[in-house]
Design a protein around this ligand. Sequence first.
Ligand code: SF4
Length: 388
Amino acid sequence: MNIYIHIPFCKSKCNYCSFYSIPISRSEHNPAYFKYYFNLLIKEMKNMSQKFSLRDSPVNGIYFGGGTPSIMPADFFSGFLRHIENNFKIMDDAEITVEINPESGDFEKLSALKSFGVNRLSIGAQSFNPDVLRTAGRIHNKEDIYDTVSNAKKAGFKNISLDLIIGLPMQIENVFHNDIGQILNMEPEHISAYMLSVENNTEFYKIYNKNNGITFASEERIAGYYEILCEFLDKADYIHYEISNFSKPGYESRHNMNYWKRGEYLGLGPSASSFFKTGDREEIRKTNVSDLSIYTLNILDKSKNGTGTDFTEVLTEKDKINEEIFLSLRTNCGISSKRLIEFVKPDIINDFINAGLMQIKKCRLNDYIVLTVEGMLLSSEIFARIMV
Ligand code: SF4
């Protein structure tokens, strides 16, 4: 099982961000406020553990995501990891990741995280260009990224991931090439690259169709950038192991792989999801409410069993098959052709192969179907066509 802990606080809201995160004021930025949130999370963890009989379950991965986890004081992480240890069994080689924003990646904090057993950092670089960063509403500059990566290496981290966004406004072609070059210069073990999608709950959405001097890249341009990135990273020996993720061999994110392989996970905090297989082939997904005030009331409300859940879904057989196909096809492992043709007509698969969107990968005695780079770009359309 993996554990995800959502830290919903940020210093300010980025213009493209659709995650559940809230900008916190100076007055909220204090130990008492964070302690209160810490106690809610611990309460939720204990209640969920009891409700789903998770006590002493082996934990292979722990992920502090957000929001901006690096906004929290160092003792938040040591305290939290201690509680996890007391309730579950953290495996010796567990991957423990903390997301870091470059403006809050100081050496003291990163060293402290390392000493608590955190062994992977995911740093939100997004771009190195000042105009791109400013337009995106980021509050860091490129020097902050260099400093954070250098602090992380100095603190002893040997598994560092950098995030990049493809297709931000003002990220013209030479800027994008420069972004790739800067990332490669830092030699991170892992790179996540997300194509910009303007979601309706973002600042960008409000200005998307207004003529106010901000130009958004077309889908074609973003697709072109994605292909350029894939080529560069391939030449630099990164494995393209999932649509948006690249790593040096052996550095695939175990937290993400658990999700794509449909492993169980416990999600804590507002907007976090949990996924459990509860015996007799029953699979359930629980999603917490994306609102800190309601989440707080839910946790404190005994009639709701003290969990932050807003929505519980019991997966049907059809849901399970669709998830298996879509999640497998996102990765470079793909899905065995034998399994895929149980649900999708061979003609349809052949059409995709002939169109250069899927390919057959031989592995030992089996054939696997995987998406090509062009197929990854059209993954939503492909998934819609093969949905059972
Ligand atoms: S720092 Fe991350 S979570 Fe916070 S607003 Fe920006 S993108 Fe969203």
